[in-house]
Design a protein around this ligand. Structure first.
Ligand code: FES
Length: 594
């Protein structure tokens, strides 16, 4: 037996022993110098400069991602949350170590935050793997940060627990509650229509984001928070607590404490994020009338674990999963109301017969046990019972047809029911620039029954699949009171938006999908109940157009750096827009049986 030599910090060296077992704490992921004991010796020398005691360095090490930025108001509270997480880690006997990762805010990420999500996921994955972490607390919140952190954690497969910054509270304007960003769009639409003057729009602007935290409607941040809780990656009750409440700090403390247990139990993300858990998250997405972005992000996270989301099966799941949550943009309430109504547990309790209740969560219990441990139900008006839902099917429908051979989606719970079956004349915009230049042109040939089509706004086209699918109603129609039209694109849409909007058309236009062949004047038929999206142009004519089609010319900035990597590697929306070299080969498809 080799005898250990104890040197000052309390970490034991074993000279001449090539492999140290188990590799935890400071012994994990040693920098490669060809001599592991020297690597450990050097590491200790540097970590001692941080002032840690010997005792501290022998504890389980819990990394805490610092996603704070002066540009990210959704993450304004991250510094105080980190303090609370650290307190929890230390109370449970661990050593918390904070480290920075990329952060992303929707309004401060050019050209779009989606373009940078994979960069953040790569950063999170590599830093989790590179540093000696026995567990990691992922602090996310704003739309792309939660999926990016989950994608990175799934690939690194170190015990991980997610917490979100939490939603904003609502603002007020002339006695009316306001919230980002549904009311941003509503008031901007009124301003465009001349209904609201400049003074009032400025007053509203100051009330839309009245506190730290994430958008407080059922946008992508709220959607991903609730789906993550259903997925089992967050402590029960964590999704809905408003950012500015003391309870949010207690949630952070509990998350830190639980991270130490995860380190000891070696409870890795692949044991939590199983096919059964993704089915639970997809049910949640449907039942909350969640953001259409949720399906892209869940597909990307699942893809990291070799789990493919089958959109046709997801659509079948939607046929028996009603929308239960009455939140804006389609309903009445805001996230703080859902929190007061019991949060995710109230929804999960209603969905119980449809869930995989044996799925393990980061709490160390099954989902059934988590639901049973939640506070007892009470009368409330935010989450409807399954017997009287807001919408009898799930919020998102999957469409197919000759215009979208690999599919497209529509948030059917957020559209004008009169447009569920609609045929109209296409009015085509070739790009985002073309849209910006012409949509408000008084000479634009457009009528209320037309179908607005936007090309080249997909994953490669824009690039980054911006949230441009919410094509504005042309000003001259808006001024006549037109509130909704069928709109079709390969772009995404903010979860805070609403309307009869077909999104994620796949393959995208820039990749030569049939969307690239549509011309103004063509007829398009949308049939949501039949799940059909058809371009009513004959095969021969489409073939002739295809022969003439030219791939968009590369832009100067496409030739180098992250942009080059992105354009060469990004997958289509149905695969989550992840990079092809980051996803695992699919081994199972979800939902499995519907
Ligand atoms: Fe961050 Fe809406 S902008 S959640």
């Amino acid at each position: 037996m080799t005898r250990g030599l104890r040197i000052q910090t309390g970490i034991r060296y074993r000279a001449g022993v090539p492999k140290l077992r188990p590799k935890t704490g400071m012994r994990k992921g040693l920098t490669a110098y060809g001599d592991e004991e020297f690597s450990l010796f050097l590491r200790k020398a540097f970590i001692k400069a941080m002032g840690y005691s010997d005792d501290a360095l022998e504890r389980p090490i819990v990394g805490v991602t610092n996603t704070f930025s002066g540009f990210n108001a959704c993450h304004r509270t991250v510094p105080e949350l980190i303090e609370a997480v650290k307190r929890g880690v230390m109370l449970a006997g661990g050593l918390p170590v904070e480290f920075p990762t990329i952060t992303l805010h929707e309004s401060f990420a050019y050209p779009t935050s989606m373009y940078l999500r994979n960069l953040m996921a790569m950063d999170a994955e590599e830093m989790i793997r590179a540093q000696p972490l026995d567990a990691v607390v992922l602090i996310g919140g704003c739309d792309k940060t939660v999926p990016a952190l989950l994608m990175g954690a799934a690939s690194a497969n170190v015990p991980a627990i997610l917490m979100v910054t939490g939603p904003m509270i609502t603002g007020d304007h002339k006695g009316e509650r306001l919230g980002a960003c549904t009311d941003c769009r509503r008031y901007w639409g009124r301003f465009r229509a001349g209904d609201v003057d400049e003074q009032e729009i400025n007053a509203v602007n100051a009330q839309l984001c009245p506190s730290a935290g994430t958008c407080m409607v059922m946008g992508t941040a709220s959607t991903m928070a609730l789906c993550s809780e259903a997925l089992g990656m967050m402590l029960p009750g964590g999704a809905c607590i408003p950012a500015v409440m003391a309870e949010r700090m207690r949630n952070a403390e509990a998350t830190g404490a639980r991270a130490v247990a995860l380190a000891k139990e070696r409870l890795t993300p692949d044991r939590i994020m199983t096919p059964a858990a993704f089915e639970n998250a997809l049910r949640m997405l449907l039942a909350i009338g969640g953001s259409t972005n949720g399906i892209v992000h869940l597909a990307a996270v699942a893809g990291r674990l070799g789990i493919a989301v089958d959109l046709a099966a997801f659509d079948r799941m939607g046929r028996n999963t009603p929308v239960l949550v009455d939140l804006k943009p389609t309903g009445q309430h805001y996230m703080e109301d859902l929190y007061k109504a019991g949060g995710a547990a109230t929804i999960l309790r209603e969905l119980k017969p449809l869930l995989n209740l044996d799925a393990l969560t980061v709490s160390g219990r099954t989902l059934a046990e988590d639901i049973a441990a939640a506070p007892a139900p009470f009368p409330q008006k935010v989450v409807r019972p399954v017997k009287s839902p807001i919408f009898k099917e799930g919020g998102i429908a999957f469409l197919r047809g000759n215009l979208a051979p690999e599919g497209a989606i529509i948030k059917q719970s957020a559209m004008d029911p009169k447009l569920m079956r609609h045929e109209g004349r296409a009015v085509v915009f070739e790009s985002l620039e073309d849209l910006a230049n012409r949509v408000d042109d008084p000479k634009l040939d457009v009528a209320a029954g037309d179908v607005l089509v936007l090309k080249n706004a997909g994953p490669k086209g824009a690039p980054g699949m911006p949230e441009a699918g919410y094509i504005p109603i042309p000003k001259k129609l808006a001024q006549k009171g037109v509130k909704d039209m069928v709109r079709i694109s390969d772009a995404r849409m903010s979860g805070t938006a609403f309307g009869s909007i077909v999104l994620h058309v796949t393959p995208e236009s820039a990749a030569g999908g049939p969307l690239a062949l549509v011309r103004s004047g063509d007829r398009i038929r949308l049939d949501v109940p039949a799940r059909k999206l058809e371009l009513l142009v004959g095969k021969a004519e489409l073939e002739a157009r295809r022969k003439k089609w030219k791939k968009p010319a590369p832009r100067a900035e496409d030739r180098r750096g992250y942009r080059k990597l992105f354009l060469e590697s990004v997958t289509q929306a149905d695969r989550g827009c992840d990079f092809d070299f980051l996803a695992e080969a699919p081994k199972v498809r979800v939902p499995r049986k519907v």
